[in-house]
Design a protein around this ligand. Structure first.
Ligand SMILES: [Zn+2]
Length: 254
């Protein structure tokens, strides 16, 4: 009995500890600073704080190595993007372009609003074991809260006119914003052929939340080697390693 009470007490202490962690998180306190190297790198994200635990325990994580995709009759992604005033932020992990409301994609009748897009180099997803030189992640959210990310793989080649416009206003330091009196349209980043790989995954950064509808465009667009270097000069590492598939199916649209 004594032991049982002790057990109960320790349980209560544990409970109160986890509640205080939630409160801290809820009040916007972000104690742990995750990154891509050493003790704060991807291998440690899941242990850094309780709200990052899915990074370690999740079974449907991203990115993945895309191979053995099944041909499937997937619905086309209907892109309805508009130009937006340029609003670029260096969030310490990447260059992110925030998008004004009113742009969205529709997939199988479900609408997802475009929130922002950002970059990684090399690409996080791999195709048959090979990453692309860079990727743009276009992050969307549906009215029910579900996230959909369209990944545009980018390879070294010709200079990219949209990236040229963004890089001209790229903030060099964490927390810096840059707003310019020009408009950009992320439609300019899309390849002509919109065939895509589809699977269910997660955010590739903490808290690694799952249930993300991933659509990785099969066809790559160009970026110049100098444009890649301009990004990697600020963000030498911006890529989470590929995660186990754990039986998930990958589909390829026609
Ligand atoms: Zn991303």
């Amino acid at each position: 009995m004594q032991q049982f009470i002790r057990y109960l007490k320790s349980g209560l202490i544990l409970l109160s500890l986890s509640f205080s962690t939630l409160t801290l998180a809820g009040s916007g306190h972000t104690g742990a600073h995750w990154g891509y190297a050493d003790e704060t790198g991807p291998a440690h994200w899941g242990d850094m704080k309780s709200e990052f635990s899915t990074c370690k325990s999740g079974k449907h994580q991203s990115p993945i190595n895309i191979k053995a995709a099944h041909n499937a009759s997937l619905p086309a992604i209907r892109f309805s993007y508009k130009a937006t005033p340029l609003n670029v932020v260096n969030n310490g992990h990447t260059i992110q372009v925030n998008y004004a409301p009113g742009s969205h994609i529709t997939v199988a009748g479900k609408q997802y609003e475009l929130l922002q897009f950002h970059f990684h180099s090399p690409s996080e997803h791999e195709i048959n074991g090979k990453p692309a030189d860079m990727v743009a992640h276009l992050v969307h959210k549906a009215a029910d809260g579900q996230l959909a990310v369209v990944a545009v793989l980018i390879k070294k080649g010709a200079s990219n006119p949209l990236i040229e416009k963004i890089w001209k206003h790229m903030p060099n330091h964490k927390g810096e914003y840059s707003k310019a009196a020009i408009k950009i349209d992320v439609s300019d980043l899309l390849p002509a052929n919109k065939a895509y790989y589809h699977y269910s995954g997660s955010l590739t950064t903490p808290p690694c939340s799952e249930g993300v509808n991933w659509m990785v465009l099969k066809n790559k667009v160009d970026v110049s080697p100098a444009q890649v270097s301009a990004f990697t000069a600020i963000f030498s590492k911006s890529t989470r390693p590929v995660q186990p598939l754990n039986g998930r199916q990958i589909e390829l649209s026609h």
